[in-house]
Design a protein around this ligand. Structure first.
Ligand code: SAH
Length: 231
């Protein structure tokens, strides 16, 4: 085999390397076969710099520039499952979902087949434009992107059946709760910057909101305002 730089390829992109990652996710409690299949077939090495592509199928976060990271595959799988799974193990097909923190677009791509219309907000413009180009090249066509501060949500498109936040605010943003449809879910890591964060799932119920803790996580902070210019 000598194919390189494609979705197949040798070494780090081999079926065996990917299967090892999937086994890890399964042993960590990711049981939805559709989500495991999506992660198995999605070329994660195309979301990171070429210099890091040999590490793309390790279960780790990796740097993507601008001080940001691509999330750990286990955490992407866990959040996707938390957003979609029903008590009987089936998955919801969402009609509208919102993601905050596009980054390189990996979580966006994992989620896209399970959602009719996906909206994704990123505060750092160059990351967003790279993610947009990358997903277009992968023929992920049901996503609309916006360079903005996700603390405002996306009022023109609300309500959403699901909202997923991939950076950690230090409190649950009320605006995002308000943009949830009935029975809609918000999956968000909450906690102090640099401290321990809890992954929470908040469900809109008939008489308010139900809150579940899904475990400790470590995310980059959710920051206010759009980032202005290079640093
Ligand atoms: N979803 C990505 C992870 C991105 S890291 C993945 O799949 O790997 C978190 C991202 O959230 C960063 O790109 C960061 O710039 C962005 N972010 C932080 N605060 C934000 C805010 N208020 N609004 C929108 N994006 C934000």
């Amino acid at each position: 085999m000598n194919a390189r730089g494609t979705t197949q390829g040798i070494g780090m992109t081999s079926a065996r390397t990917r299967d090892r990652l999937i086994k890890r996710l399964e042993s960590g409690g990711i049981h939805a076969p559709q989500i495991l299949d999506r992660i198995r077939t999605l070329p994660r090495h195309l979301f990171v710099d070429e210099a890091l592509s040999s590490r793309a199928y390790e279960d780790n976060a990796l740097p993507i520039g601008k001080g940001q990271t691509i999330s750990q595959p286990y955490v992407v799988a866990l959040m996707t499952q938390a957003l979609l799974e029903e008590p009987d193990g089936s998955l919801r097909q969402l009609s509208k979902a919102l993601e905050i923190g596009t980054g390189c677009g990996y979580q966006t791509a994992v989620l896209s087949p399970f959602v009719r219309q996906l909206f994704s907000i990123e505060r750092i413009a160059p990351l967003l434009s790279d993610a947009r180009d990358r997903l277009r090249a992968m023929q992920v066509g049901n996503v609309r992107f916006r360079n903005d501060d996700g603390f405002g949500g996306w009022p023109g498109q609300a309500p959403f059946d699901g909202i997923i936040v991939t950076a950690a605010p230090d409190h649950i943003p009320d605006v995002l709760l308000e943009q949830l449809a009935p029975d809609g879910r918000l999956v968000v890591p909450v906690g102090p910057h640099g401290g321990e964060q809890q992954l929470l799932r908040i469900t809109r119920t008939d008489d308010g909101f139900r809150r579940e803790k899904l475990g400790a996580v470590a995310f980059v902070p959710m920051l206010e305002g759009k980032e202005k210019g290079p640093r």
